[in-house]
Design a protein around this ligand. Structure first.
Ligand SMILES: [Zn+2]
Length: 312
């Protein structure tokens, strides 16, 4: 059975199967991203299983054939079949991204597998990598929407991914533990110093928990690469967003500010928020960048090891 699978593992069919699997998990990721965060109505978030998928405007159930990942969005042009509400293209992006990440996870597991391990370890490696990608996508998009990294995702993930390292031959038991400690401790330390110096909150506890998840699977090196890579990515994208925001803001404020000498008390508060400090205070969540850094390391690490094994 495994031998037959191994023969098929490099075929196009295998890749199609894996990407479709990723699209289905991406569809589930959308449900998690949409339902898990707390809201006014549901302070603890909602169940991802209980009510089936439904349109959030007309509340009608979405039938299974309108729920097919990617395709359903395309053939309904992103609209509800009944009330034609436009759904965000984000649903499509999350599905496609998860599908692509599953494909990459398979490709990397298969490409490196035969050189150093048996096929069953390769399969385990794929499952662990794919699960890690899924968790990173869910955490990144919830953080993007709500600036929240939920403990109900990170806490079980720390345990699961640490346990998973016992199935991977190259990991020692201590690596994950050190990774968790550094992952949780390092941002806490950075945040503490940042707070002492600037009196402002830099990194949140959620970021610490996310790095603990990363450390549990990828060890302290994964934590350092994610933190460093995430900071670089965050700075580049943050500065770009700042410049774009400023360019957009500039023409709008100039003609609007002179003819408004009415009530000095009410507009003052809002004006101060809309002006320069408002843009300066525009904070990007750090989680998505940490997740990007972690995924880059997840896929790059085996190649780095291979490189040193061959040439180092
Ligand atoms: Zn509807």
């Amino acid at each position: 059975m495994l031998a037959q699978l191994e023969v098929l593992s490099t075929t196009t069919g295998a890749y199609v199967f894996v990407v479709v699997l990723g699209l289905l998990w991406g569809s589930f990721a959308n449900v998690c991203i949409y339902r898990w965060p707390p809201s006014d109505e549901f302070p603890d978030g909602r169940s991802v299983v209980a009510p089936g998928s439904h349109c959030f405007v007309c509340k009608r159930d979405i039938c299974w054939y309108d729920n097919v990942p990617l395709l359903a969005y395309l053939w309904l042009r992103g609209r509800c079949r009944f009330c034609e509400t436009q759904f965000s293209p984000r649903y499509l992006i999350v599905e496609a991204l998860t599908g692509a990440l599953f494909g990459v996870a398979w490709w990397f597991a298969i490409a490196l597998g035969p050189m150093r391990e048996s096929f069953d370890v390769t399969l385990v490696r794929f499952v662990v990598s794919a699960a890690f990608c899924f968790v990173m996508v869910v955490i990144a998009f919830i953080d993007l929407d709500h600036k929240l990294i939920l403990n109900k995702i990170t806490m079980p993930s720390v345990v699961v991914f640490y346990a998973a390292t016992f199935l991977l031959p190259e990991r020692r038991w201590s690596e994950g533990l050190i990774g968790i400690a550094i992952g949780y401790g390092l941002p806490w330390l950075v945040g503490e110093i940042y707070f002492r110096v600037t009196r402002r909150e830099g990194l949140g506890l959620g970021d610490s928990m996310l790095l603990a998840v990363i450390g549990a699977l990828l060890g302290w090196k994964g934590v350092v690469v994610s933190l460093f890579g995430g900071s670089v990515l965050g700075s580049v994208i943050g500065i770009t967003a700042l410049l774009v925001g400023r360019a957009r803001q500039a023409p709008a404020t100039e003609p609007a500010s002179p003819p408004e000498p009415e009530d000095p008390t009410t507009p003052e508060g809002t004006d101060a928020d809309d002006d320069d400090p408002g843009i300066m205070r525009m904070e990007l969540p750090f989680g998505p960048f940490l997740a990007m850094g972690a995924l880059i390391y997840l896929f790059a690490e085996p190649w780095i090891h291979l490189y040193f094994a061959l040439f180092g």
